[in-house]
Design a protein around this ligand. Structure first.
Ligand code: TYD
Length: 141
């Protein structure tokens, strides 16, 4: 599954804003790892993989990053261009990210520690697993 979430914005123009999210409250998993990607040249494509079990929340505190999600049946595009937007990317969703604006930062909260064997980096292998029903109804839109 995937889902765009809008976080609460607390504050006002004169003093700025604050947003937050909490494990098992407004995001449906326990956070075990945070990572972030930065100094990415505009026009760069990153991602190019899906995960067997990992669930993640992506957000862009500064900049503009276009995220293309693919569940093996269709694709959908999300522009992360505001700090109050979060994109939940569940297991079994192929994701590609395109850097649109200079100095954009992509932050990710993940449901587990880094484990390379959880990655599916071959698109045909991903499609094969979707066809076999590896994620069954977890992979629905
Ligand atoms: P990757 O997830 O492929 O990055 P992206 O999706 O942005 O292209 O990871 C890039 C490299 O960093 C890869 O060699 C794995 C390593 N890595 C870690 O060591 N720990 C981590 O938590 C993450 C996310 C990646």
């Amino acid at each position: 599954m995937y889902k765009l979430i809008t976080f609460k914005q607390i504050g006002r123009i004169e003093i700025g804003f604050l947003s937050f999210f909490e494990s098992n409250q407004n995001i449906p998993f326990e956070i075990k790892r945070i990572y972030y990607t930065y100094y990415v040249p505009v026009g760069t494509k990153r991602g190019g993989h899906a995960h067997r079990e990992l669930n993640q929340l992506l957000w862009c505190p500064y900049g503009k990053i276009n995220v293309i999600l693919d569940d093996g049946k269709g694709k959908k595009e999300f522009l992360l261009d505001s700090p109050e937007k979060g994109l939940l990317v569940g297991k079994g969703i192929w994701h590609d990210m395109y850097w649109i604006k200079e100095n954009s930062v992509l932050c990710v909260a993940a449901s587990d520690y880094y484990n390379e064997s959880d990655y599916i980096r071959d698109y045909n292998n991903f499609l094969k697993l979707v066809k076999e029903g590896y994620w069954k109804d977890e992979n629905k839109l």
